[in-house]
Ligand binder design. Structure first.
Ligand code: URA
Length: 419
């Protein structure tokens, strides 16, 4: 087999055999296939797509391209969750302690943010002292002891995806359904959970811009997971405007803590409760969604969910001061009030523009390896549907650099459509 032959085969719309896919994945993982040929093959897949069989074979070959996590040292049904990425998505911070407080172990590996989308690990790292790297044994011990741990993906988990994803990111080949499905599901399968909840985002801030595309992605991922004996549920959720009001790492942790206390914004609270309830059902602690939602609400109202969050943070080395401003996390030096230039109703708030603005402010990475500033971000005081007068505050920009703050003003104003 040779790489060029396989690229041409896919370019011309033919189907790869399982052996061909395994050959490609092996050579992508060990670096034998050069960047330009991996990128050309990804572009061929982008245009020609893959059959269900090819997508499944690609997922499994990637899942076993490196270490596979063994969670058998944790008792009970291990439930994982994955979001396909968005702006202001801090749901893992809220949902993990709720589900753990319901008696379901959550042993979770999360990623860092790239481009306009944020990453859970970056958010946790806003918390002073919080350790995102634990040995396998420490990870298992913590889940057995506290019911939950969230750590960064280990060095050799799905190396094929690491290389393929970074090349896709540079070559305009991210938003391909078979490539996203195999990327997400290979990581979920390698991470070892028995049951998986997928939160598939739809809208401008998401990879899938329409509900129809998102549904195909969801069905593809569910099919792959169920085919290998995992329980999988997929939900579609809105990412046309950002989730919640905070975009930026420490700001999002603050909002997550508020939400755990029942004081979060409505859209975020509702989505977190829905996700948690589905995980509670997957974990076998409720027979119906209504029952699971009731358990979720009780855990929030009684303070048990927040208590579990505090415990998890402390055990992982983090220090928060729940009485202090911003709960003791770093605060940006500049607060710029973005005011409306007209009166009217906000008919649109573009998640992609907000995500890009937050990234330019320093909250995200343009490329892998960029250093981020945990304190900066955008606080959305007004969102879609709100009515504003001229000069009302639309958003507060939390920045550490005047030039960067000034540079994002035009695109932030454009993100708000008022009429
Ligand atoms: N998230 C992933 O993990 N992979 C993709 O390809 C897209 C989103």
């Amino acid at each position: 087999m040779d790489f060029q032959e396989l690229i041409i085969k896919k370019r011309d719309g033919h189907q790869h055999s399982k052996d061909e896919i395994e050959f490609l994945v092996k050579n992508i993982s060990d670096g034998s296939m050069p960047d330009y040929q991996v990128a050309a093959w990804a572009m061929a897949v982008f245009f020609q797509g893959m059959s269900d069989e090819e997508t499944r074979d690609l997922t499994l070959a990637m899942a076993y391209s490196g270490d596979v996590v063994d969670l058998s040292g944790i008792a009970g049904i291990k439930v994982d969750k994955h979001s396909t990425g968005g702006v202001g998505d801090k749901t893992t911070l809220v949902v993990t302690p709720i589900v753990a407080a319901a008696g379901i172990p959550v042993a979770k590996m999360s990623g860092r943010g790239l481009g306009h989308t944020g990453g859970t690990i970056d958010k946790f790292e806003s918390i002073p002292g919080f350790q995102v790297h634990l040995s396998h044994q420490a990870f298992l011990d913590q889940v057995n002891q506290v019911g939950a741990a969230v750590i960064a993906q280990s060095g050799n988990l799905v190396p094929a995806d690491k290389r393929l994803y970074s090349l896709r990111d540079l070559t305009g080949t991210v938003d391909s359904i078979p490539l996203i499905a195999s990327s997400v599901m290979s990581k979920k399968l390698a991470a070892g959970a028995d049951a998986i909840l997928l939160d598939v985002k739809v809208g401008r801030g998401a990879f899938m811009k329409t509900a129809a595309q998102a549904q195909i992605l969801a069905d593809t991922m569910v099919e792959i997971g169920r085919g290998v004996g995992r329980k999988v549920i997929a939900l579609l959720s809105d990412m046309d405007q950002p989730l919640g009001r905070m975009v930026g790492n420490a700001l999002e942790v603050r909002e997550a803590i508020d939400t755990l206390q029942g004081k979060g914004p409505e859209d975020l609270s509702e989505l977190c409760q829905t996700l948690a309830a589905h995980m509670i059902m997957l974990g076998g602690k409720a027979a119906t969604l209504d029952e699971a939602l009731e358990i979720t609400r009780q855990l929030i109202v009684s303070g048990q969910a927040l208590a579990r969050f505090k415990k998890m943070i402390t055990v992982q080395g983090g220090t928060l001061d729940y009485q202090a401003d911003n709960y003791g996390m770093e605060i940006a030096r500049i607060r710029y009030l973005l005011r409306s230039e007209r009166s009217g109703q906000i008919i649109d708030l573009d998640a992609l523009e907000i995500g890009r603005s937050a990234m330019l402010l320093g909250a995200g990475r343009e490329k892998i390896g960029d250093v981020i500033d945990h304190a900066v971000g955008i606080e959305l005081c007004r969102k879609r549907g709100d009515v504003v007068e001229k000069d009302d505050i639309l958003a507060i920009i939390h920045g550490n650099d005047h030039e960067r703050v000034q540079s994002i003003l035009p695109q932030l104003l454009q993100a708000y459509k008022i009429q």
